[in-house]
Ligand binder design. Sequence first.
Ligand code: NAD
Length: 566
Amino acid sequence: MSTQIRKVAVIGAGTMGHGIAEVSALAGYEVVMVDVSQDLLNKALERIKWSLDKFAERGTISKEKVNEVMNRIKTSLSIAEAVKNADIMIEAVPEKLDLKKQVFAEADANAPPHAILATNTSSLPITEIASATKRPERVVGIHFFNPPALMPPLVEVIKGAQTSDDIAKRAYDFVKSLGKEPIMVNKDVPGFVVNRILIALNSAACLLAANNVYSVVEIDSATKYRAGLPMGIFELQDFTGIDVGYLVGLAVAERDPMLRVPCPLIEDLYKKGWLGQKSGRGFYEYKGGPYERANIPREAGEKVDLVQIFAPAINMAAWLLRQGIASRDDIEKGVKLGLGWPKGVFEYADEFGIDKVVEALNQLYSKYGYELFKPDPLLTQMVQEGRLGQKSGRGFYEYGAVGVTEFKEIILRREPPLAWIILNRPQRLNALTLTMLEEISRALDMLWDDKEVRVVIIRGGAGDRAFSAGADVTSFQGPLHTYYFFIYNRKFQDAVNKIERFPKPVIAAIDGYALGGGLEIAMACDFRIATDRSELGQPEINLGIIPGAGGTQKLIRYVGLVGLRS
Ligand code: NAD
């Protein structure tokens, strides 16, 4: 619990309000929930009880805790009464400026002078809401994501024009005390950080699809399978609701010319009433009901230029960073925790190459002319200074003394206390060649005595469909194939032995295929962490090849005989 906050008043007990009340009570705060009728309040209490029971069923909390938490939540039909003893108010009434201002005026008139007044608005200006009070310095945005009681853990804390640093910090600490991950948004810009980046990501995708450069499925396949986003760009819009995206888009575009990139496809769907999953049709058809997932083939996105799709989001992130609206690490945390991206937006930028990103933006700008596509001065400056990302050893991140140019088929990224060995042959599913094996060994040698690096993580690189699909058999062709095979095996065993003997923990982060030699590399690590979609196996045994780097022994030890199937 936060030291200065004990009592929380939540105004509006709908989708967001009841969840905010629940997480606050779970963290030990005394909560009063307000809505316009007792019936709505009772429904909110029922939803909270249901959710707590689910936590108890799963063993996340004890059965006794359910009652204890419920006892901490009171209800009231009066804002004045609820805020009377509150240390913080969190408003979650519908997204209407006048209504919010009314709530804030009433809360301001009745809450103790020290109380913080927070709003959960997604798109309205905090500064404007604060103007309804006599304490604008104590008004702050606390933007939870839906559903607050579960994932995602991200919360944006937003400073209005007059919010004091102390209040923003207290709001930040309060969010932390709820077990959530706050990021600080230093300026009240429409869409804050996460939605701005999401809107920017959607923009080029939509224009490219509307102009038949790529199809919706091609873009979704590329963003989902190659870039590793949890859903394709259009699939996500169907999931959240075409109406929600369309209306939020209009609202933010009205306030900010940078966000004015109309999407003809969305407008068309909205007008037709094809609102996505919930109405059985949006970008995709959902014949099997609203819970059916869109059918997006893995191979469909091969030809899509991901740099073009991501460039506006990177441009937006650069703008946020240059304006001091959020720090690099908070922006990265925002997209990872708020949007479920496997990598930060700046990590993508560094992987693509900043020069490539600027090139893509220039193309988009000359074709479509929207302000969002004009390369941000930060990006152009980086290009001028040769800070091009991983390939130059420096971009948004430093890649340490070990320049990537030293390696051809892996990327060694040194971010003390971590170091990443990224297998980097995306076109060949990171299949292991002699060069790659040598480079893995060499990278481990370099990190062996590195005092600052405490953990090494091995993972697949851009392309993201594989950790490694195994040995690259094409390197065994030709007259000297037996010789090469022998050398290859030696190098392979060298690399595996080195991973095993490495004096610090080595983790295999597996996303996609880890087959044959790829799995053997993973099995040599101290830990293996794999995503649900990963496929692990030793299919080479079907060709009569015996895994030569400890695979036969290790696999059986890790999964047992029962775990094996041909
Ligand atoms: P909701 O419609 O589910 O809930 C709003 C609740 O406020 C309703 O129960 C309503 O009866 C109550 N209410 C209306 N007038 C009131 C008043 N004068 N006093 C007290 N209660 C009143 O809306 P929601 O989805 O929970 O959204 C609430 C806020 O959270 C909005 O600002 C929205 O932009 C923001 N938000 C929503 C989401 C989301 O995904 N739903 C995510 C992040 C932020």
